[in-house]
Design a protein around this ligand. Structure first.
Ligand SMILES: *Cc1c(COP(=O)(O)O)cnc(C)c1O
Length: 383
């Protein structure tokens, strides 16, 4: 495998984060590790066995493809739950393997029950109810019909969960909307209970809700971004830390992204650097090229704004991030030479570049930048 950069996944930091989260929610609350988006870029195949070593027994994915990858990567027979897309022809596989999946419409429900009948094994379903996100979920007006079908077909399914998803628990701006969702969810649960339908797990909380609305932890939490050492938003971090004496961030980043200097050169005052005329050298400068660009997942939105570490120094990305190359200014560290280590995300000699330091541009950049890290970049576990 020839690659221009490498990702390192730190096991100690992961262990630390998982313990922190499990202690926070308590032992009675099940921890489902959300690994959609290729485990937020960390790599499903690398991450699943690592998380299992740290005690994780349940994973949540978006679709059947990720479920298959998680299933193959699991060494300890973990539970796997599909929260989004599963096609009709993928249901048989899921039921046979005991993979759990969301059911949010009648068509999928009928297909699942039918497949279960045919296979002779119950479908492990999570009924998703609509509470106000308006993406997927059974509407209130459909619940009576749903309950009737569930009562009639008890042999063909196991009700693993009743769940919903909040429309932005990471921002206080959505406070009223989230409270309404919590209320509607409770009403749903009451109704199911009146008809003697009880799920094994009631679950609604992602990282943000787990922090900001502790009452939503219920029987299981679905934690994505936090296990990787990132807060879902600065607000969520402030919310957590506000009543703590210790103000240090309790989470640790588990990812480091490294490359090497490809070349260096001097540029004279007045010359343009890179494509077009957007960056002019205002002094005599020394620059280094790094063989990583937006095709490798280094966001183009970091043009002129990103920072990388070389020889323990923080240096600026200048000009636009190109498809395969970015250029940094090394005038202050002229000793830099070809082959020197470059840290794009992570630590080097006491300095640190966090993905979060980019997130001033957008709260979503953590999620986006991580999940855009291409699958081909090798992931190496650091013990
Ligand atoms: C992504 C996702 C989560 C996890 O979100 P984080 O903010 O990363 O913790 C939980 N539930 C659902 C339905 C999701 O899609």
């Amino acid at each position: 495998m020839f690659q221009t950069s490498t990702l390192y996944i730190n096991k100690q930091a992961l262990t630390h984060n998982l313990n922190f989260i499990q202690n926070l929610v308590g032992k009675k609350v099940r921890f489902s590790s959300v690994i959609k988006g290729n485990a937020y870029g960390h790599g499903i195949e690398v991450f699943v066995p690592l998380a299992e070593d740290c005690g994780i027994t349940h994973f949540s994915v978006f679709d059947a493809n990720e479920a298959l990858r998680a299933y193959n990567a699991s060494r300890q027979n973990a539970g796997i739950m599909i929260m989004g897309m599963i096609d009709m022809y993928e249901l048989d596989w899921a039921i046979q393997k005991g993979v759990e999946f969301y059911v949010f419409d009648f068509e999928r429900l009928f297909n699942a029950l039918e497949a279960a009948k045919r296979i002779g094994k119950p479908a492990r379903i999570h009924v998703e109810v609509e509470t106000g996100m308006n993406r997927t979920g059974f509407d209130e007006r459909d619940v009576d019909k749903l309950i009737k079908i569930l009562q009639k077909n008890k042999k063909y399914y196991v009700l693993e969960g009743i769940c919903t998803h909040f429309a932005g628990a990471e921002s206080i701006a959505n406070y009223a909307r989230i409270l309404t969702q919590i209320k509607r969810y409770k009403n749903h649960i009451k109704k199911f209970r009146r008809h003697n339908i009880k799920p094994k797990y009631r679950h609604v909380a992602s990282s943000a809700a787990t922090i900001t609305y502790p009452e939503t932890r219920l029987d299981m939490v679905r934690i994505g971004i936090m296990q990787f050492g990132f807060w879902p938003s600065p607000e969520a971090f402030i919310n957590y830390i506000s009543d703590k004496i210790e103000k240090d961030d309790p989470l640790q980043r588990i990812i480091t992204w490294k490359s090497k200097v490809m070349d260096t050169k001097y540029v004279k005052t007045g010359e343009f650097i890179g494509y077009g005329t957007s960056y002019m050298a205002r002094n005599n400068m020394k620059i280094a090229t790094i063989p990583v660009g937006y095709a490798h997942g280094y966001s183009r939105s970091l043009s002129y704004q990103g920072r990388v570490l070389i020889n323990g120094h923080r240096v600026d990305v200048i000009g636009n991030v190109n498809m395969n190359v970015l250029i940094v200014k090394i005038t202050d560290i002229p000793e830099t030479k070809r082959g020197d280590e470059v840290v794009l995300i992570g630590k080097q000699e006491g300095a640190e570049i966090t993905v979060a330091s980019f997130s001033d541009f957008s709260d979503q950049l953590n999620y986006e930048m991580l999940t855009r890290l291409p699958e081909e970049i090798p992931r190496i576990i650091e013990i």
